[in-house]
Design a protein around this ligand. Structure first.
Ligand code: SRM
Ligand code: SF4
Length: 566
């Protein structure tokens, strides 16, 4: 502890980070303790920086309490995979680990990576080691540092894909914590005993005030929801070359019911930088946030609040001061959609790429539909690789025509051919929520598929089955499924009840707006039915539902985060 710091004014987590000896804490002791399936509370904060969250099974919490048993503790492991690129060997390893140590499913997250759920404390180290054996890791997948860097996912959509994925990987590496704690604790590497020699040149001893997120897109695709990122880079393409990037800062979606000082916010385009400047721009924005973010109140600690508190002009000037030069004026760009373009596409490299829908990002076998087995078999025969998308889907990428045909027959064999999926379902995202998420008020991933089936009946009635509509559901207002940017957003309030938000844009440029509060399924259907009817009857040519509900004044347009109300 440092006496010069006014610890009593800072959030508890600040002290835990500072005293942790660069993220070591007492993790080894916690892991070795046989009495409990849990780790110490301070270590549960630190484990996040290692990609690990302690959880309980919320389906059994009440019953276990009645029986005076400790909760069913287990751990979520989140892998760090910049841009979501996964080799077939890595896929097979993750699949094996999910069967051996987790709940037999793989969760593809909204930030293009895998989560394993349900790993017991005694199996944590072995699982982490096996992930690392395949050249993946879990460092900084969570915690107050830069998280998994997102990137335009589909190689078939742009010849410039190799350039942006390389950039995403470079940013990810550049902003990794430098502590060797991860290697010592999980990989049994030699103890770096005296941490005084060990410095975190970017983060320092207290790391960032809060999580930090970066994404890169190639317009017109906005598959990383660039306006939701703390920091975004929008590739500016001239004559088939990336001449540089528009820089977007201050996006973020988490908010809390009943606390109007918290709100989702879309990022501001603050200027243009050249490709060789991207790494330093990323670093300096991180440093400005490190030095100015709120360390007292974690609910005000994200970059979006730093910008709103100190002013956008101040922020840009400060970043430019750290850089030693000014941004150029941002260049024009347009984005067309946040969702994935499904189906097979041939790339300019003559390779085939299949963008494949994974409902709620959950790769699992369910009855006759054996998606997990199918993708395992694909991993065994593919001559390409996999790419996880920010819409919780997977691209079977870079395959030859021969393998393309084999993949089609594997998907058919396991009853998971991607046919006949409605425009609504294709554009759906659901966060994990129950039973693992400790913050969930209601279901999301386990419930959205059945709600969509009921909505599909209504859409069919109005000839809208193919209409692409972005629908996203989360079990609480933290925004993990980015519901605030959906045309239809549903956010859990209490078991079975949701707030309904309308009017986000299909392109991911506008926040939605509260339409109805605390309603259950029957009311959700009743509220949406007449809107679908009206939409089918009076939408303009090419008009999207999100724009329609604003034109027809179902909701008012939200122009910036501060206008948003729950
Ligand atoms: Fe998230 C916390 C799951 C993307 C905003 N998020 C959590 C935790 C770890 C709950 C917790 O703190 O104990 C959830 C674990 C549930 C579980 O059992 O798996 C969780 N978040 C997820 C994932 C898995 C949702 C999914 O179904 O895909 C996503 C993992 C992404 C990844 O691979 O890194 C996920 N979370 C997001 C996003 C979307 C994004 O990043 O593009 C957001 C909104 C964007 C943003 O950050 O502003 C998001 N998660 C949050 C927040 C609110 C942060 C805030 O500023 O207030 C929390 C709560 C917190 O940090 O205190 C949170
Ligand atoms: Fe959990 Fe809420 Fe995030 Fe859903 S949005 S995963 S319920 S924290």
């Amino acid at each position: 502890m440092n006496d010069a710091i006014l610890w009593e004014e800072l959030s508890e987590v600040e002290k835990i980070k500072y005293d942790s000896n660069y993220l070591r804490g007492t993790l080894p002791e916690s892991l070795a303790d046989p009495i409990t399936g849990a780790i110490r509370a301070s270590d549960a904060q630190l484990s996040k920086f290692h990609g690990i969250y302690q959880q309980t099974n919320r389906d059994t919490d009440k019953e276990r309490k009645l029986q005076k048993l400790e909760p069913e503790y287990s751990f979520l492991i989140r892998v760090r995979i910049p841009g979501g690129v996964v080799s077939p060997q890595q896929w097979l390893q993750m699949d094996d680990l999910s069967n051996q140590y987790a709940n037999e499913t793989l969760k593809i997250t909204t930030r293009q990576t895998f989560q394993l759920h349900g790993v017991l404390k005694k199996n944590l180290k072995g699982t982490i080691q096996k992930i690392n054996d395949r050249l993946l890791d879990t460092i900084a997948a969570c915690g107050d540092v830069n998280r998994n860097v997102m990137c335009h996912a589909n190689p078939a959509e742009s010849v410039l894909y190799p350039e942006v994925i390389e950039l995403a990987q470079k940013i990810g590496s550049h902003l990794l914590p430098k502590t060797k704690a991860y290697h010592e604790i999980w990989l049994d590497k030699k103890l770096v005993a005296n941490s005084k020699d060990e410095v975190e040149p970017i983060y320092g001893k207290r790391y960032l005030p809060r999580k930090f997120k970066i994404g890169i897109i190639i317009p017109p695709q906005n598959d990383c929801d660039i306006f939701s990122q703390d920091l975004g880079f929008i590739a500016i393409v001239e004559k088939e070359k990336i001449v540089g990037y528009n820089v977007v800062a201050g996006g973020g979606l988490g908010s809390t019911f009943g606390k109007p000082e918290t709100y989702p916010r879309t990022g501001n385009v603050i200027g243009f930088c050249y490709p060789h400047q991207v790494l330093e721009v990323a670093e300096k924005v991180v440093l400005v946030q490190r030095d100015n973010g709120d360390r007292q109140n974690r609910k005000q600690a994200r970059l979006k609040y730093t910008i709103d508190r100190l002013g956008l002009e101040w922020f840009v000037a400060e970043v430019e001061k750290y850089l030693g030069y000014s941004f150029e004026k941002a260049k024009p760009f347009t984005v067309a959609r946040t969702g994935d373009n499904y189906g097979w596409k041939k790339g300019t490299d003559n390779k085939w790429h299949l963008t494949y829908f994974v409902e709620g990002g959950r790769v699992q076998n369910s009855g006759r539909q054996q998606m997990k087995s199918a993708l395992r078999e694909v991993a065994k025969i593919t001559d390409g690789h996999f790419i996880l998308t920010g819409n919780q889907n997977v691209i079977m990428a870079g395959v030859s025509a021969k393998v393309k045909a084999e993949i089609d027959s594997i998907l058919a064999k396991y009853n998971v051919s991607p046919n006949g999926i409605s425009g609504l379902r294709k554009n759906s995202i659901a966060c994990v929520a129950l039973p693992t998420c400790p913050l969930a008020f209601s279901e999301a991933e386990r419930y959205l598929p059945s709600l969509i089936s009921k909505l599909e009946n209504r859409l069919e009635k109005y000839g809208l089955t193919k209409e692409e509509i972005v629908i996203r559901m989360t079990g609480c207002p933290n925004g993990c499924g980015r519901p605030y940017l959906a045309e239809i957003g549903l956010i859990g309030k209490s078991p079975g009840y949701y707030n309904l938000y309308l009017g986000g844009s299909f392109e991911g440029t506008r926040l939605n707006s509260l339409y109805r509060e605390t309603i259950a399924e029957e009311e959700i259907l009743q509220e949406l039915d007449p809107i679908f009817k009206d939409f089918s009857e009076s939408k303009n040519e090419g008009e999207r539902l999100g724009d329609f509900v604003i034109r027809k004044k179902y909701v008012k347009e939200i122009r910036e985060g501060k206008e948003f109300r729950h």
